[in-house]
Design a binder for this molecule. Sequence first.
Ligand code: SF4
Length: 229
Amino acid sequence: MKIGREIVLRLLKRYSDKIREEDFLAVYVSKDHKDLFTILIATILTQNTSDKNALKAFHNLMKKTNGRIDPENILNMDISELEMLVKPAGMYRRRAKTLINVARFFINEKKSIEKMILSRECEKLKEKLLEIEGVGEKTVDVVLLNMMSCPYFPVDTHIMRITRRLGLVDERAGYKEISSFWRSVVDEVYYLKLHLILIHHGRTICRAIKPLCEKCVIKDLCRYREKTG
Ligand code: SF4
């Protein structure tokens, strides 16, 4: 716990002024769009791709829908057209199918979703959104943290790698354990900031291949080199 706090302090100091909202599509979109559907669509576009590619696909959808991405607009599109619009984000067939699932789900569950948003029922809303085929826990946590400041700590591939390398969790630790670790280290008002900072650290220094350990501000607290020799 003590090491965890020290790591957070150093990362905050190093990266606080380096985070640009436009590098994180969900954050960027949440600024201008307060509706759950649009933020969820944007977050699905970021799955397994860079935010840069996801942003291109998002702009395509915005252009096609005249700035209003809603379930009806998605369902009114021809599947092949939708696939072409989301193509910059990759895996376009699967992604288009997920967007259609989401649109249908939102039409069917409109009232219950609206009620949960109004009463800020984070847990119920999370359970509800996880019923959608193709939508996983990380996506839901990103959406609810960004949109409603729900107390979730999303763990992406960068955060998973960094946390394991640091030796803060077991090598085989999964999503829930890693998320719970970071939630135990900082107050929930810092969840989003720390989430973005860890991703930035993973993109720039603690890269998947050839991490730049010599330049790392937490290298003396990390067990990676100890483990890899
Ligand atoms: S020392 Fe290396 S492995 Fe450890 S957190 Fe820093 S960059 Fe990642």
